[in-house]
Design a protein around this ligand. Sequence first.
Ligand SMILES: *[C@@H]1O[C@H](CO)[C@@H](O)[C@H](O)[C@H]1NC(C)=O
Ligand SMILES: *[C@@H]1O[C@H](CO)[C@@H](O)[C@H](O)[C@H]1NC(C)=O
Ligand SMILES: *[C@@H]1O[C@H](CO)[C@@H](O)[C@H](O)[C@H]1NC(C)=O
Ligand SMILES: *[C@@H]1O[C@H](CO)[C@@H](O)[C@H](O)[C@H]1NC(C)=O
Ligand SMILES: *[C@@H]1O[C@H](CO)[C@@H](O)[C@H](O)[C@H]1NC(C)=O
Ligand SMILES: *[C@@H]1O[C@H](CO)[C@@H](O)[C@H](O)[C@H]1NC(C)=O
Ligand SMILES: *[C@@H]1O[C@H](CO)[C@@H](O)[C@H](O)[C@H]1NC(C)=O
Ligand SMILES: *[C@@H]1O[C@H](CO)[C@@H](O)[C@H](O)[C@H]1NC(C)=O
Ligand SMILES: CC(=O)N[C@H]1CO[C@H](CO)[C@@H](O)[C@@H]1O
Length: 831
Amino acid sequence: MENSSKPSTFSLQNLLFLMLHCLFFIQYLAAPVTGDALVTPYHPVENITIDCGSSADTQSLDLRPWTGDAKGPFTPVEQRQNNNKSSVIETATQLPPAADMVPYSTARLSYSQFTYSIPIVAGQKFIRLHFYPTSYPGFEDPSVKAFFSVKAGHFTLLTNFSASLHARGKLVLVKEFCVSINESQRINLTFTPSPDIPDSYAFINGIEVVSMSTNLYYTSFGDQGRIAFLAQKSLYSIENNTALETMYRVNVGGSEISPTEDTGMFRTWLTDDDYLTVAKQNALHVNESTDLTFSVIPSFSAPRKVYVTARSMGTNEAENDKYNLTWEFPVDSGFIYFVRLHFCEFHGEITQQGDRVFEIFMANLTAETQADVIVWSGGRGIPVYRDYAVAIGTKGNQKQQRLSIALHPSPAWRTRYSDAILNGLEIFKLSNGFDLTRPSSELIRPNNVPPVRHSRKKGPIIVTVVAPISVFLAVSLLLFAIYRIRSNKFANSSIPTPPSDLCRRFSLRDIKTATNNFDKNFIIGSGGFGDVYKGFINASSTPVAIKRLNPGSQQGVLEFRTEIEMLSKLRHQNLVSLLGYCEDNKEMILVYDYMVHGTLRDHLYNTKNPPLQWEQRLKMCIGAAHGLHYLHRGPNHTIIHRDVKTTNILLSERWVAKVSDFGLSKTNDLSNTHISTAVKGSFGYLDPEYYRLQKLTEKSDVYSFGVVLCEVVCARAPIDRNAEDHKQISLAEWVQDCYNNGSLDQIIDPYLKDKINFPSLLKFGEVAVSCLASEGMKRPAMSEVVHALEFALKLQGREVNGNDENHSNDSSTVDYHVLFNSGSGSMRVGR
Ligand SMILES: *[C@@H]1O[C@H](CO)[C@@H](O)[C@H](O)[C@H]1NC(C)=O
Ligand SMILES: *[C@@H]1O[C@H](CO)[C@@H](O)[C@H](O)[C@H]1NC(C)=O
Ligand SMILES: *[C@@H]1O[C@H](CO)[C@@H](O)[C@H](O)[C@H]1NC(C)=O
Ligand SMILES: *[C@@H]1O[C@H](CO)[C@@H](O)[C@H](O)[C@H]1NC(C)=O
Ligand SMILES: *[C@@H]1O[C@H](CO)[C@@H](O)[C@H](O)[C@H]1NC(C)=O
Ligand SMILES: *[C@@H]1O[C@H](CO)[C@@H](O)[C@H](O)[C@H]1NC(C)=O
Ligand SMILES: *[C@@H]1O[C@H](CO)[C@@H](O)[C@H](O)[C@H]1NC(C)=O
Ligand SMILES: *[C@@H]1O[C@H](CO)[C@@H](O)[C@H](O)[C@H]1NC(C)=O
Ligand SMILES: CC(=O)N[C@H]1CO[C@H](CO)[C@@H](O)[C@@H]1O
């Protein structure tokens, strides 16, 4: 409030400045440099540090230079109202401890709005705001009057913010944000006192703008595979139009890491002591002698100290099964949070896959059922991180909730040691639109999926089937809506309500008998939706796959039935059939055909199975294409699968390919041509057009099927991060390149080299590449794909005479057994 240019202020400033220089010579404890030379630090293009309220340039004890804002390039512009005085620069009445002198001893304070306009180049930046909420000459107690908002460009970072309240007893407070600047410009940081509090003022002690390694936290274009969106069972991406607020950055089991010890981005890593809740006899581990190899993630992802320290459950393994190693972090309701977990195995005993396998729960949702750091990283001493997104809904009037992260050993048959490990974690709040302070009303229920809009239009009913999606929640309502529409359409009475004539209803007892009372040894797969068991029905004669939905999935019985009714009508020889269901005592269970030969991928690569012949592969592709065609153009439905991939194509006893995992459906929109929705699908298979426009058509499935074709002919994963040439990382791109320059034969599965004939390969390549066209319009329909593949099969048959037949005989020598014996015989819907 008082004029700042009192001579006394200046002399005090000078004094401080001198003091700091003396301290500088005393040399503050330098960061230990053990082994850190191995880690290449990131060199920020920008590392701007502003010491607000200082008339001189200063240096903090960690030797970072700070530019004073009283004069020079960073002096803020003011938007004065009425006769408000201009902002003032002041020195705190009570100086902070020596380590915090710069930038905290001085502040800029104002009753009116002021803006720092900072020139920067385009890119992703950290913005850090430093606050020392204490008394400043002429200003009332900050806990009563210092309420203000801060905007960075069009992003709202803070609203009605009180540094005193947020500091929670700590002396100083740093708020860190990430924003992406899309063009070289100035970024305007505007501080505005809260208008509804009389005589409110804004203040700031220090500002940092530091560039970050591109896409360290943001998703790079075309890469949607990193972040698992829990509850939604889908992938999440952090676009450049999102702002992030760092909520927590923790060196689990280790010591605090100061900004100068970070990998060049000046991040602070705290200890986990304050957040650990259920610890029991957990253990801290440090192995300073670990040699780190950064072969999976960039070496600046986190400092070495994060990876050579960890917390695990304890040495008394019998006890470990009885508790969850748990941390809890208070977060604001109504936001999506991005959680990154850092891992590195460095224990002498943990050397192989399966040595330490554990489960991870986040906000009470299952994030991983088989976390195995060695599998993820490829070995000991190789740091890796895993990314998750979790929605924390608004829950009553609770402004804050606790986001928990809990680790628990996997069952003994899956892991050698009953234990779990975590080395570090980061939690970011994601902006709702451009706002980090306004909770989203869409996140209505805790950890819920945002509600989906729908309209009741006439025309074909478009149903989207999402593969591993299991939680019906909000979505199920919509299914009910379709059900109603369909019921009306068919004049109310013709649709049988209980779907018993379409598929069988099992009692829970049947299911328990079939799975030996849900014996864990019968589990053949699992996901967030629950576990899949292999079981036997019909007096143990018929093997089936039994999908047991997590009891927690608040699915209504009516919706479940509606779902079943719809699914049970989908009958085709190239779709995995739903045989029945069980709805009993809150259990919701689906029973499918058991596919003896597992997934198509299991016969292509990373497998001990013998390689498939070219003709077999072609037939499987033709089968799967028929299945997809049926989904797209069925008698009275259009269904988009949305997760076509080689692990969702299963092989029956007779090697017939069947498309699976349209198990639980999700309806987004009943309008006719496309579905606007959050991008979903699996990494490596995702249609770039769908990603770009977020409009789903059946041509997205065609794209994914194109990727499947590439895998089939090259026997390679869609994404290979270890590929020699970066052009080879994406299989789809590589195949297109090779097809276009006539070298497709160079990259096919070596096993096929002399067994595939050239015209057949060429035709096959042509189909694959046409499916991968960047515009959906230019991709063929599945019916055309079927014909083209059939032609490729003919071309192969012409020269390799008889081979084809021999093979089909080979593969069908297995017992001619019909698995379809559990419902009525009429369930088949042929084409
Ligand atoms: C940050 O900028 C200062 C000069 O302002 C420079 O001395 C320092 O080396 C920079 N730090 C990094 C990590 O680039
Ligand atoms: C700002 O915060 C204060 C103190 O928490 C509160 O009394 C006031 O109602 C808030 N104002 C707004 C607009 O939210
Ligand atoms: C930032 O503020 C300055 C001064 O108020 C203004 O001239 C400029 O247009 C602003 N820039 C942006 C990107 O908002
Ligand atoms: C976001 O911007 C960065 C460069 O600043 C770019 O590399 C990245 O691909 C962009 N991400 C998206 C999804 O466009
Ligand atoms: C930069 O991003 C903002 C918000 O994301 C957007 O409104 C603006 O059009 C973008 N500018 C350019 C040149 O892309
Ligand atoms: C520490 O790491 C080194 C190198 O990886 C390893 O040889 C040693 O066994 C580890 N020590 C312990 C106690 O796990
Ligand atoms: C997780 O569950 C606990 C206890 O069941 C509950 O107190 C907590 O609020 C839940 N957390 C979230 C984020 O739902
Ligand atoms: C661990 O946490 C999960 C998720 O909150 C919960 O389902 C499970 O029962 C817990 N296990 C133990 C042993 O507390
Ligand atoms: C000290 C002072 O005059 N403060 C005023 C500054 O302007 C705002 C907005 O007009 C007023 O609310 C303050 O009272």
